[in-house]
Design a protein around this ligand. Structure first.
Ligand code: FEO
Length: 392
């Protein structure tokens, strides 16, 4: 059994072949549901559990770790990939209490149909003694639900952060070995579920500053033996800084919008603006999300379908709107055959963004020279806007 410190065991499970989360988020590298067993001199606590699909493996790991009793099951987050095995764990350890904050307790009662008397609630900063080890609960809300919290194990200087700092990544290695490989997965994870809550996360990072952290043990992905690596990455992602980059996400039916997209990327390249191009047909939306973390400008591209946007473009607009990236400028390119309200409808779907909308470039049918000229103008407008805003 793997130990992070004396009597602190990693008992979570790997889900190597899971390929989708929430029936929405691609998992190219699978995921893990990390759980940790902390044996104090007097009491034993299990920090988080696992997705219900993997309960049997979690139980096997608890047996292997010699967990003949568990006094507390700490629940950092009510989402079922961490909490889903709690009912089975409580059947196995009927005297155990679920330790969590009042908000999470209410959610667990609804999600798992647990009973009120099965809980002990804790306040922000409260400590729970296990004897020679002490758990301190730190509310870290909005990573990515309102009830999320972390646990600080002061004696071993380990922060258990659940989704916060996590990555959807499977490995039978306990610790991060290739930081940049994990960086990509962690950024993807941040982009997919935490990006809308940047200001709350800034507050959480500030709250953690006084801690002299030796290890960050998240709820997904490997443990960080160099915590500043992921903390610094988060500081960057939640900052207001944007880069001289354009995300262009488009779909095309008869090549008009595709031709415009290709031309537009060349126009950006000529102006030394980095472009991230996504054909929305079959695209990995996680990659699109990653690119939204830093880009100063987002441009959507769509043909017109029955007077409105192509559903794939509408899907992308809904996604961008939900993720609320820090993009400063929004553009639109596309085409129509006979009529339609595609531009107004797509722009209207981006109401969450605090971004300036640039003049759309729309072709009737296949783009002609006037359309290509308008695309040059749009690229130049973006260059000027970025320069004036000091975006490099
Ligand atoms: Fe990993 Fe929000 O659950």
């Amino acid at each position: 059994m793997r130990e992070l410190a004396e009597r602190v065991f990693a008992v979570g499970v790997q889900h190597w072949d899971r390929r989708l989360f929430d029936e929405l988020i691609p998992l190219p590298d699978g995921t893990s549901y990390n759980a940790y067993l902390v044996k104090g001199s007097e009491k034993t606590a299990l920090l988080d559990t696992a997705d219900p699909a993997k309960t049997h493996e979690l139980i096997d790991h608890l047996v292997q770790a010699g967990a003949d009793k568990i006094d507390y099951v700490v629940s950092h987050h009510a989402e079922q990939d961490h909490s889903g095995s709690i009912p089975d764990v409580l059947l196995m350890y009927p005297d155990a209490k679920v330790v969590t904050n009042p908000k999470c307790k209410e959610m667990l009662i609804h999600h798992l149909r647990l009973e009120d008397e099965q809980f002990v609630t804790v306040e922000d900063g409260e400590k729970l003694s296990l004897g020679d080890k002490t758990l301190q609960f730190i509310y870290t809300p909005w990573v990515h639900w309102p009830e999320t919290m972390s646990t600080w194990l002061a004696e071993d200087r380990i922060l258990f952060s659940c989704d916060f700092f996590g990555s959807h990544k499977t490995s039978n290695r306990l610790y991060v070995e290739d930081e940049w490989e994990v960086y990509e997965a962690a950024k993807r994870y941040f982009a997919e579920i935490m990006m809308p809550f940047r200001s709350a996360i800034r507050g959480n990072l500030k709250k953690l500053e006084p801690l002299d952290i030796r290890l960050i043990a998240p709820g997904h992905g490997p443990v960080y033996p160099n915590p500043s690596f992921i903390v610094n990455a988060y500081q960057d992602w939640v900052s207001d800084r944007v880069k001289n980059e354009v995300v262009l996400a488009y779909v095309s039916m008869h090549d008009s919008t595709r031709r415009m997209a290709d031309y537009f990327v060349d126009a950006l390249t000529a102006r030394n603006i980095k472009a991230h191009l996504f054909n929305l047909t079959g695209e990995d939306i996680g990659k699109l999300a990653i690119s939204l973390v830093d880009a100063a400008t987002v441009v959507l591209g769509s043909p017109t379908v029955l007077t409105g946007p192509h559903p794939s473009a509408a899907y992308a607009a809904m996604l961008v709107n939900a993720l609320r990236p820090k993009t400063r400028f929004v553009g639109l390119i596309g085409s129509f055959g006979w009529a339609g309200k595609m531009p107004e409808q797509l722009i209207g779907m981006l109401s969450n963004l605090k971004a300036e909308t640039l003049e759309p470039v729309i072709a009737r049918g296949f783009p002609d020279e006037s359309v290509f000229s308008a695309l040059d103008d749009l690229a130049e407008k973006i260059r000027v806007k970025h320069t004036e805003a000091g975006i490099v």
